[in-house]
Design a protein around this ligand. Sequence first.
Ligand code: SAM
Ligand code: CA
Length: 246
Amino acid sequence: MATTNTENGDQGRHQEVGHKSLLQSDALYQYILETSVYPREPECMKELRDITAKHPWNIMTTSADEGQFLNMLLKLINAKNTMEIGVYTGYSLLATALAIPDDGKILAMDINRENYELGLPVIQKAGVAHKIDFREGPALPLLDQMLQDEKNHGSFDFIFVDADKDNYLNYHKRLLDLVKVGGLIGYDNTLWNGSVVAPPDAPLRKYVRYYRDFVLELNKALAADPRIEICQLPVGDGITLCRRVK
Ligand code: SAM
Ligand code: CA
């Protein structure tokens, strides 16, 4: 029988790589992974997940269930022209690259090229590297540069934002012009380790505490934004899907 985190005392499980879930029962999350996710995970995704697990910052990676979700979502909306802000070793990037058509594109941005290059051989072996245009550097100036060219406006089917949480609202201002009407922006980690409902005196890790206020502000702003429809899902660390309606 599935027990809750507090009942079985296995709080630590949520800290493990791949155990990125806000489900109260680790057994239930494990069930999802073992029944529906791992058996259907493409070999290249597994290989990238294994490489990433050995990296010291592996806590940053997208979980396998969220990768499966993104892959399905992109196919459902027939995404072709996409963007990703925050690549790390490329797990969500590979999930995207596998989902879009052969002539699809991903404009991928990260301040760190080294981590992208760690996963790149796997992406190349999977035969999807030609879809990726990787840009090293902070995303904000690049977005500003893109906005200067009218042809980029309303040109993206899907944008995945998984980088510096203190900039999400700055991204949002710009991305709303770049995504097409009817297109989707996905903001990741919008439940921020569950800390969005933590009491003020809760013992939070320093970086969790620092970014929490930005995530709270983002969630409020998205809920009040009439230019989008939203859906916040408890997948991974929480993802808020925003569909541009005007
Ligand atoms: N989506 C990735 C995956 O599936 O593994 C995880 C991304 S990780 C949570 C966040 C990434 O954002 C890091 O690789 C970091 O270097 C990058 N980042 C941080 N600040 C950034 C910025 N201003 N512009 C672009 N990337 C940034
Ligand atoms: Ca994330």
